[in-house]
Design a protein around this ligand. Structure first.
Ligand code: MG
Length: 432
C-alpha cells in the first residue's frame, strides 16, 4: 500500500485505488492513538460507508469511544466535534464521484493543522498501534440529532425580515437534508433542485461553478426567486445566483459578506481580488496562503472577524473555524431580506476589475524566475505563497502548483491592457 499523505484538505483519492478500507483502518487506529472520543460522519458518496466502517473499526480496535452521526455535511460534523476530542469526516468534497477522502477536525471546528496531520501520518507509517484488550472495546453510539443540532444553532443566530423565495441546488450532496430544511424553518419559500442524496451525482458536476449551475440559474429566473444557492458535495462551500439568474462572482460575495462581518480585520488568500480592498477601505485585509485551512488558521491567530476564499468558502469565526456553507446560505438570505436594494444592483455597484488566470508547464527550480521577478519595478511584494507583486493599478501572483508541475499566474488590474501586458511579461520570464 502506497503511503498517502495528508494535504491541506486532509487525504483524498480514488476509492479502492488510493483510498482503501485498509488505509482507513490505519487512519482510525492512528487517530484513536491521540484521541479518546471521536465523532464520525460521511457524505453521500458510494464509497463513503465502506471507508466510514473501516475508520470506525480502526478506532474501536484501539479502545476509542465512537459516535456516528451518519450522513451529514462537513460543517455539521465539524460542529458535532465540539463534544468530542476530534471529528472525522469521510468526504471527497467537490471532487468527481469516484473520489473519497478523510478530513480531521478539532473541537473548535478547525481542521487538523500541518503538525497534527504529520503526527497522524507518522503513526500510520509506524504501523505499531497499541491494540486494545477485548475488555476495553467500546460500543458505538449513534447520534441522530447532529443535523438538527446544527440547524438549531444556526436558527438561533439568523432570522429573515421578509419572506424570501430561495432555490437551493444541493448537487445531490450532503446539503440535501440540511439547507432546504433550515431555510424553510427560517420562513423562506424553498424550491429544491438536486436535493436527493445520490453518490452518482446525476444532477450536475459536484463542484459549484458556473458550468455546472445552468439549471439553477434558469430555475431562479423562471420562478422569480430572490436568490439561488448551490453547494459542493459536503457543503463547506456555498455559491449564489442573483435574482436575474446570474452567477454572483465569489470575489464580490466575499466583499459583500465582509461589509457586514468584518469590523476590523478580514483574512483572504493571496490570490483574492483587489475588489476586497476597494470595497472595505477601513478594514485591515490580511492575505495568507491559498487554502481554506490557512485562512481559518490566520483568522484564529489574528482574531479576525471574517475570512474566505473565492472558491466559495466563507469562515465566520463566531460560528466555527470550519467553512460553513449552510450557515453562509442562511446568513446571505438574512442579509438580503433586511434591505430593499436589489442584490444585482448592489453587486453592480461594486468596482469591476479584469482578472486573468493561467499556468505554465515548469519542472525546473524557481531561482532564475525569482531573480527576474525581483528585478521588476514593483511597489509592493508578498511572499507568503509564491510571489505577489503589486504595481500601479495591477498585481500578479506567481505560484508553483502544490500538486502538478505547473507555475500558476494570476493577474488582476483596472484595465484589460494593463492585465495583458503584465501577464505576457511574466509568461515570458517563466518560459525563459
Ligand atoms: Mg467541500
Amino acid at each position: 500500500m502506497k503511503l498517502m499523505k495528508f494535504g491541506s484538505s486532509g487525504i483524498r483519492g480514488i476509492a479502492n485505488q488510493e483510498i482503501t478500507s485498509e488505509l482507513a483502518v490505519q487512519i482510525g487506529r492512528a487517530v484513536g492513538a491521540v484521541c479518546n472520543r471521536v465523532v464520525v460522519g460521511c457524505d453521500t458518496r458510494r464509497a463513503a460507508e465502506m471507508i466510514e466502517y473501516a475508520v470506525v473499526s480502526g478506532l474501536l480496535s484501539v479502545g476509542c469511544r465512537v459516535t456516528r452521526v451518519n450522513m451529514v455535511t462537513t460543517p455539521t460534523l465539524a460542529y458535532a466535534a465540539r463534544n468530542h476530542d476530534c471529528g472525522i469526516m469521510v468526504t471527497a468534497s467537490h471532487n468527481p464521484p469516484e473520489y473519497i477522502g478523510v478530513k480531521l477536525f478539532n473541537p473548535d471546528g478547525m481542521a487538523f493543522d500541518r503538525e497534527q496531520q504529520t503526527t497522524i501520518e507518522e503513526l500510520i507509517k509506524d504501523r505499531n498501534p497499541e491494540l486494545a484488550s477485548w475488555k476495553d472495546m467500546q460500543e458505538v453510539r449513534t447520534d441522530k440529532n447532529a443535523v438538527s443540532d446544527h440547524i438549531s444553532m444556526i436558527l438561533s443566530k439568523v432570522s429573515i425580515k421578509r419572506k424570501m423565495k430561495v432555490v437551493v441546488d444541493s448537487g445531490c450532496g450532503a446539503a440535501s437534508l440540511t439547507t432546504p430544511y433550515l431555510l424553510r424553518e427560517m420562513g423562506c419559500d424553498v424550491i429544491t433542485l438536486n436535493s436527493q442524496p445520490d453518490g452518482f451525482f446525476p444532477g450536475r458536476g459536484v463542484e459549484p461553478k458556473e458550468e455546472n449551475l445552468f439549471a439553477l440559474q434558469a430555475l431562479v429566473s423562471s420562478t422569480n426567486a430572490d436568490i439561488g444557492i448551490a453547494h459542493d458535495g459536503d457543503a463547506d462551500r456555498m455559491v449564489a445566483v442573483d435574482e436575474r439568474g446570474e452567477m454572483v462572482s465569489n470575489d464580490k460575495l466575499l466583499a459583500f459578506f465582509g461589509e457586514y462581518e468584518a469590523e476590523k480585520k478580514m483574512v483572504v488568500p493571496v490570490d483574492a481580488s483587489m475588489l476586497i480592498d476597494a470595497v472595505l477601505p477601513n478594514v485591515e485585509i490580511i492575505r495568507t496562503r491559498v487554502g481554506d485551512v490557512f485562512v481559518a488558521e490566520e483568522i484564529k491567530k489574528t482574531g479576525a472577524d471574517f475570512g474566505g476564499e473565492a472558491s466559495g468558502t466563507w469562515i465566520f469565526p463566531k460560528v466555527s473555524y470550519c467553512p460553513d456553507g449552510v450557515y453562509a446560505a442562511s446568513r446571505l438570505v438574512e442579509l438580503l431580506s433586511s434591505t430593499t436594494e436589489k442584490f444585482a444592483d448592489k453587486l453592480s455597484s461594486m468596482p469591476e476589475y479584469v482578472i486573468k488566470r493561467g499556468s505554465v508547464l515548469h519542472r525546473g527550480n524557481m531561482d532564475k524566475i525569482e531573480e527576474e521577478l525581483l528585478a521588476l519595478n514593483f511597489s509592493g511584494i508578498d511572499t507568503i505563497d509564491g510571489f505577489r507583486l503589486t504595481f500601479d493599478d495591477v498585481w500578479v501572483l506567481v505560484r508553483p502548483s502544490g500538486t502538478e508541475p505547473l507555475i500558476r499566474i494570476t493577474v488582476e488590474g483596472k484595465t484589460k491592457q494593463l492585465v495583458d501586458e503584465l501577464y505576457n511579461k511574466i509568461y515570458k520570464i517563466i518560459k525563459g
